[in-house]
Design a protein around this ligand. Structure first.
Ligand code: HEC
Length: 146
């Protein structure tokens, strides 16, 4: 990413030379410097949450992955092949699958009659669909799967 602090560093060094002139020039540059630092601090705080959100999982993408790759066997959070292994919260808890890691693991590597998806889905898509499954399990698979 383009680092604004480098630009300010360069500006500050220019200012330093200019500010050697008089006492008031010196004070002025210090004040401007301080103001700039405060602005940069504020900007960082404002931008951070957006960066963090972009890093985390995306339920809309998870929903799309689910429709394309999972719904065939797990329609409405069920399981058409193994009745006890649904994506409902109580089943996930009983089978130790009620975590992002657990779900990501079974999606990546597969298990028995469920195939592995590591060659069809990216790491991010697997995280997204795992988050989507957990979210739906917690809300009872009531939302229409769009
Ligand atoms: C071909 C059918 C099929 C597809 C497609 C499929 N699964 Fe499965 N899934 C199964 C079967 C069968 C099991 C039970 C595996 C076992 O434990 O024997 C299972 C188990 C699971 C479990 C554990 C459930 C529990 O209660 O233990 C999760 C979570 C899961 N699948 C998520 C997914 C996700 C997410 C996708 C899409 C990326 C997906 N599955 C695609 C057949 C499928």
């Amino acid at each position: 990413m383009f680092d604004i602090r480098l630009v300010f560093g360069w500006l500050m060094s220019k200012c330093d030379r200019w500010s050697q002139g008089t006492e008031s020039r010196f004070l002025l540059t210090r004040l401007v410097g301080l103001a700039c630092m405060t602005l940069i601090g504020a900007a960082t705080i404002l931008v951070m949450p957006a960066a963090i959100a972009a890093d985390s999982t995306d339920l809309a993408s998870g929903s799309q992955v689910f429709q394309a790759h999972c719904e065939g066997c797990h329609i409405n959070g069920g399981n058409i092949i193994r009745r006890g292994k649904t994506l409902k919260l109580n089943a996930l808890q009983r089978n130790g699958m009620d975590s992002l890691e657990g779900i990501a693991q079974i999606v990546t590597h597969g298990k028995n009659n469920m195939s592995a998806f590591h060659d069809r889905l990216t790491e991010q898509q697997i995280q997204d669909v795992a988050a989507y499954v957990l979210d739906q399990a917690e809300t009872g698979w009531k939302e229409p799967q769009k």
